[in-house]
Write a protein that binds this ligand. Structure first.
Ligand code: BGC
Length: 740
């Protein structure tokens, strides 16, 4: 499905209205529509209001104020020459006011319905605030945990990533662009951004066409199938061509091959950045190369506004080329009914954010996204009768860390912290608490300067030491210590790559010192990326990966720790033993010394090359068996499908969720293929003793691939291995063949 038809208005009428608008617009007004203007004070260049009054604008970003939206909209509609309303856009990544788990966590739910529902709530709140368009979902496959933006995506796998992409698009957009409770989605960053060299944000990317087509592109294609309205071009160089000036990406692949008929916005300032990147001599050439490559809208750089008229006047561009870029922007404005309903009801937001079902949805999403990494001796769930408990760690009572990175502009933190969640579960018990020393980035986040919140001066060395000693004392008096550690919100996200994946600051030291006292410890992690928690994985009996769980995060953690909810999330990324092992991912190709070889373990002479926790891994308070693997045929023809079934049984004593996962490997072919690739999954809930048969289809989409050798998509006659189980090391195995 493409965008055609996703509205009540007939396609012919949309086209007529767009052509009628174009016919009366001057060149300057058309260029206005190709421009996204910044509503924030920090941006250089002319003020939004002046630009809008003079030539209008396609869109406004970095503004989050319903009253101001209406003021600017009035100017656009009543004072700008063609009276075309504005699209208000912002990054609503995992919630507007009610904050949901970060997207990496949502992927850990392995439950697309949860992602869809979360983004539907985010859309309803954002729309009530006057926003029409979100810059999400972020669909970059990321296999290097050092890269800070891994937090915004669905992790390392294209199959899981595609399911999450489609679900998020459906959640944001619904199935009608005119729905007043939805926003337009934006598939970003097209494409390859997750592969920056060394995980350093924005660094160049070198990817083969096979990697792009087999790994990087699938979530974007899934977003198109789900009807995504817009795309965003990425910042970085892809094989020496910046994505924002990349004709192959934007025209050949996205529009001509995939039939995308929405519009593409650049990343922020990316058009003028083409000059800095050495891809254009000046702003004029940058605008020319970006537009020629197929980029519709310039986000905030002003290069289109400053240069396109000159380029048309001197014959470098034609009016037809400008019209081609304007058309899909106008078409979306018509489709969503913006001309009929340009304004927002300024009283709506507070009513919408007060809906109790929004908080319930946030709690459910947080519960379903958490991953139990370790539970020696069944330490968890804890009894609610415990009396003497201490909660320790710099994130235990941090609303910011609980909500996580990528808050909407001017958001005020308001999460239930882990400490508060635990206190609420244990009424009448006095829960001891000590944060220990604060943790900080060594190099401050550049966005900090835009943040109007009052900043506390960092702790002095003496204050930090005293906080450390207080934490030890607090632990000494407790029978059970719940330690809440990880990363602050600004340690993952944009401008937030790291060279190490260790717990920052003195957190691990504190963990070790409290462990050395002989205390029973439960470690709760709040973080936006895999961390190397090797010592904890060997020494701390219970570890819950809670990610950055959002507004209801603390309640959801307590629900799991005290057994009201049984955790069922699974890792959407491998956890490396050590940050230096990044990139690390399960779907690698087989080498001449495969994992089955005893020498495989010597990949590094100083460490094991295998992950600490594999992709797909997560424990439960119950146990499951997966067996009775059956294939509908031992052999299928190219182009045919086969059905795979297996039984999953809850063999333990409490109800719980298991995510049954199917992996395949093509044993030979024109190209070498990954040793395993996820091709099916289903999260099921089972009562004790209950069994269910899960069923997967394997057809040409799952069995084909883009071949370097053939330079095309192919499906081959070959033999396949297949595994079904509960993580990427599953051992229940079968074989089948595809024949010509
Ligand atoms: C980010 C985008 C974001 C844009 C607008 C950029 O810096 O890379 O992901 O959508 O800013 O805020």
């Amino acid at each position: 499905m493409n965008n055609q038809g996703k509205t009540g208005i007939p396609e012919s009428e949309i086209n007529q209205r767009v052509e009628a608008l174009l016919a009366k617009m001057s060149l300057d007004e058309k260029i206005g529509q190709l421009n996204q203007v910044s509503g924030a004070d920090f941006s250089p260049g002319p003020k939004a209001v002046d630009v809008i009054r003079k030539v209008g604008a396609g869109s406004v970003l970095w503004l989050n104020d319903p009253r101001r939206f209406n003021e600017l909209q009035k100017i656009a509609v009543e004072e700008s020459p063609s009276g075309i309303p504005l699209l208000f856009a912002l990054d609503v990544i995992h919630g507007y006011r009610t904050i949901f788990p970060i997207p990496l966590a949502m992927a850990a739910s392995w439950d697309p319905a949860v992602a869809e529902q979360s983004q539907a709530v985010a859309a309803r709140e954002a729309r009530a605030a006057g926003l029409h368009w979100t810059f999400g979902p972020m669909l970059d496959i990321a296999r290097d945990a050092r890269w800070g933006r891994i937090v915004e995506g669905a992790g390392e796998d294209p199959f899981l990533g595609s399911a999450m992409a489609a679900a998020q698009v459906r959640g944001f957009q619904g199935d009608d662009f005119a729905d007043p409770e939805r926003v337009l989605a934006c598939a970003k960053h097209f494409a390859g951004y997750g592969y920056s060299d060394g995980g350093r944000d924005y660094d160049p990317v070198y990817l083969s066409e096979a990697q792009l087509r087999n790994v990087v592109f699938p979530p974007f294609q899934a977003a198109i199938k789900a009807g995504v309205a817009t795309f965003m071009s990425a910042y970085m160089d892809l094989n020496n061509v910046p994505a924002t000036g990349n004709r192959w990406l934007m025209r050949d692949v996205l529009r001509n091959e995939w039939g995308f008929d929405g519009f593409i916005v650049s990343d922020a300032f990316a058009v003028i950045n083409l000059v800095i990147q050495g891809y254009a001599r000046d702003g004029r050439e940058a605008a020319l190369r970006a537009l020629d490559a197929g980029l519709n809208m310039d986000m905030a750089s002003g290069a289109y506004l400053d240069n396109l008229a000159g380029l048309v006047n001197d014959g470098s561009l034609t009016m037809a080329q400008i019209d081609e870029m304007v058309r899909p922007i106008l078409a979306l404005k018509v489709r969503m009914g913006l001309f009929e309903h340009p304004y927002v009801d300024e009283t709506l937001l507070e009513k919408v954010v007060a809906r109790p079902d929004h908080r319930q949805a946030a709690r459910l999403a947080a519960q379903r996204s958490m991953v139990l990494l370790r539970n020696e001796g069944g330490l968890l769930p804890l009894s609610k009768d415990i009396q003497n408990v201490a909660v320790i760690g710099p994130l235990a009572d941090s609303m910011e860390a609980t909500e996580g990175s990528w808050m909407v502009f001017n958001h005020k933190p308001a999460a239930v912290t882990v400490l508060q969640g635990i206190q609420a579960k244990l009424p009448g018990v006095s829960v001891a608490y000590a944060p220990g020393p604060e943790i900080h980035r060594d190099i401050p986040h550049p966005f900090g300067e835009f943040d109007s919140a009052e900043k506390k001066p960092p702790q002095t060395a003496e204050e930090a030491e005293s906080a450390y000693q207080t934490a030890l004392e607090t632990a000494r008096g407790a029978d059970l210590v719940i330690m809440v550690m990880g990363e602050t919100a600004d340690m993952a996200g944009e401008f937030a790559s790291r060279g190490s994946l260790d717990l920052p600051g003195r957190q691990e030291e504190l963990l070790k010192d409290i462990h050395a006292m002989g205390k029973t410890i439960v470690l709760v992690l709040l973080n936006g990326r895999p961390l190397s928690i090797r010592w904890a994985a060997e020494n701390v009996p219970a570890i819950l990966e809670a990610w950055e769980p959002g507004t209801e995060g603390g309640n959801a953690v307590a629900d799991i720790l005290f057994g009201d909810v049984n955790p069922g999330g699974k890792l959407p990324v491998c956890f490396p033993r050590n940050g230096n092992h990044a990139p690390l991912y399960y779907a690698r190709n087989i080498t001449h010394l495969p994992e089955s070889s005893p020498r495989y373990r010597s990949r590094y002479w100083d460490d094991l090359p295998t992950p600490l926790y594999p992709f797909g891994f997560g424990l439960s308070y119950t146990t499951f068996s997966i067996d009775n693997l059956k294939l509908s045929a031992a052999q299928v023809k190219v182009g045919e499908s086969l059905t795979v079934t297996a039984d999953v049984t809850n063999t333990g004593k409490v109800a719980g969720d298991e995510v049954v996962q199917l992996y395949i490997h093509q044993k030979w072919g024109r190209d070498s293929r990954p040793m395993r690739e996820l091709k099916g999954f289903e999260r099921v809930t089972l009562q004790p003793g209950e069994a269910k048969t899960v069923s997967f289809q394997l057809g040409p989409d799952e069995l084909g691939y883009w071949s370097t050798h053939a330079g095309a998509w192919i499906q081959e006659a070959a033999a396949f291995d297949l595994w079904v189980g509960n993580d990427s090391t599953a051992t229940l195995h079968a074989e089948f063949a595809v024949v010509g």
